[in-house]
Design a protein. Structure first.
Length: 486
């Protein structure tokens, strides 16, 4: 990374290192390029030169040393003035292990923000007080405890009553920066509980290792595109280990975090007709709000996080490639209830991996939002996906997939947002694969995972049949009630 930050103009980026294509350097601002503790805002001038800000300056406050005042900078060419930041608090929704790590890291940053953890479980409030209202991180055999965090219990809200009595809205402070760290299936219900505290000035960062959540949230929680909060997408490569106690975690190895601002019209980018418009041939960088810039700055200044800002389509490409490998490993290990490395010892499993990689590659290469990226074919072709899958299986041979851990624990798997995402995209794009169905193999993998989940529930005596005729017959008394096991 040091080669990317040579001091002084002219600054010439090494193409492919952070930005894979020069179209991102055409006369506009690239928001939030961050490396380590250096926070830099890059402005592309019309004469092709580059200027970088000094380190540790606030994003959006500093101006480049522009001698030609006739050349407008990003801040001078904004369509409307940016609203001021309302609060410097960062709320983290959900107490999954990665969210605890982010709270720990943000609490240790110099001049860091106030961090508030949000959870719907009242019992965790007692555990929080018993553990001294702190989070403990263990790494390399050493434990470190950090205080200065807050925990808040959020409960389901009747939004109809809020409409009838608007005075209740003033009882809870608004949320400006929200990091969503819930399970994929619990994201919409959790966001419903804090929807009245979010508005257009707010920023939501989605950190789940799945796709399709932003579309679901926009449809179910924020249907109005003009009033919905700003979205950010993120992913992390760190391995955070949960502990037996409530607010203790472990860190294994190094890693990084990538984040990106999401365009408000991101749903339209999924359709071919969007890119047929010549005005959309080059996607303009997203204009960050005050809350988005503040959240990105805090994530970049926390030394344990080392956040890096990327353009939206570049991060989307990375997440989809990672999700494709997960769409192969997770359902297969869940179906056969085995560790990752066990798939390497069976030749027929290799055939399944290659067939899944071929179908996923077909879907990925047909996605309109990825077609214009120069690295799409190299990363998304069938051979590369197969090789990457086998490499990950070899490196994690003694580990179990997250989907298998969920099924073994009786939790609902997130296959809807993994294989289900690719199956829905294949249907939308009209891609017919095996069995004459859109995304046929991914559809089969979904059925197998849900079957494994149902069988596990049945073994535990918690299985409820989903056949509507059977349910109706039971309610009418024509079937013995013992068939229902709850």
């Amino acid at each position: 990374m040091s080669a990317l930050f040579r001091r002084g103009p002219p600054w010439r980026p090494r193409l492919g290192a952070v930005f894979p294509h020069p179209r991102w350097f055409r006369g506009d601002h690239v928001p939030g390029l961050v490396a380590g503790s250096y926070v830099r805002t890059f402005i592309a001038m019309s004469d092709g030169t580059w200027w970088s800000e000094t380190e540790n300056e606030d994003i959006g406050d500093a101006q480049p040393p522009n001698e030609d005042q006739s050349i407008p900078t990003f801040h001078q060419s904004r369509r409307s003035p940016r609203l001021p930041l309302r609060t410097q608090k960062i709320h983290i929704l959900g107490l999954q292990t990665p969210g605890k790590f982010l709270a720990f890291a943000l609490a240790g940053a110099a001049k860091g923000p106030e961090v508030v953890l949000l959870t719907p479980r009242r019992k965790l409030l007692e555990i929080w007080k018993q553990e001294g209202e702190s989070i403990t991180l263990t790494r390399h055999g050493r434990s470190e405890t950090r205080h200065g965090l807050a925990l808040e219990v959020v409960l389901p809200v009747d939004h109809a009553s809020l409409t009838e009595d608007p005075s209740r809205l003033s009882e809870e402070e608004p949320i400006s920066q929200l990091i969503v760290n819930t399970t994929s299936g619990g994201t919409v219900p959790m966001l419903q509980s804090v929807r009245h505290r979010l508005d257009r000035q707010s920023t939501i960062l989605f950190m789940q290792n799945s796709m399709g959540l932003m579309e679901e949230v926009s449809q179910a929680v924020f249907p109005d595109i003009d009033t919905r909060p700003n979205y950010m997408l993120g992913q992390s490569s760190r391995t955070v280990i949960p502990s037996s106690t409530g607010f203790s975690i472990g860190l294994d190895g190094l890693g990084s975090m990538q984040v990106s601002l999401v365009p408000r019209y991101f749903e339209k980018m999924r359709h071919r007709r969007f890119f047929r418009d010549p005005s959309n041939a080059t996607i303009k960088p997203v204009e960050p709000s005050a809350s988005s810039q503040y959240l990105l700055r805090c994530l970049s200044r926390a030394p344990e996080i080392t956040a890096v800002g990327l353009p939206y389509l570049d991060l989307l490409s990375l997440k989809l490639q990672k999700l494709a490998v997960r769409a192969i490993i997770d359902p297969l290990t869940t179906t056969f209830d085995c560790r990752n490395g066990d798939l390497l010892n069976v030749s027929s499993a290799g055939d399944l991996i290659n067939r899944l990689a071929a179908e996923l590659s077909t879907i990925l290469l047909a996605m309109p939002e990825l077609r214009n990226l120069p690295s799409t074919h190299r990363r998304m072709n069938r051979v590369h996906l197969s090789k990457q899958t086998f490499n990950i299986l070899d490196r994690s041979a003694h580990e179990t997939s997250s989907m298998l851990r969920d099924v073994r624990a009786g939790r609902s798997p997130d296959v809807k947002y993994v294989n289900g995402y690719f199956q829905r995209r294949a249907k939308q794009l009209g891609i017919v694969t095996e069995g004459g169905h859109a995304g046929g193999l991914n559809r089969t993998m979904m059925s197998l995972v849900w079957t494994a989940h149902a069988l596990k529930k049945k073994q535990e005596g918690q299985f409820v049949p989903f056949d509507s005729k059977l349910a109706s017959a039971t309610k009418q008394g024509s079937l013995p009630s013992q068939m229902w096991q709850i």
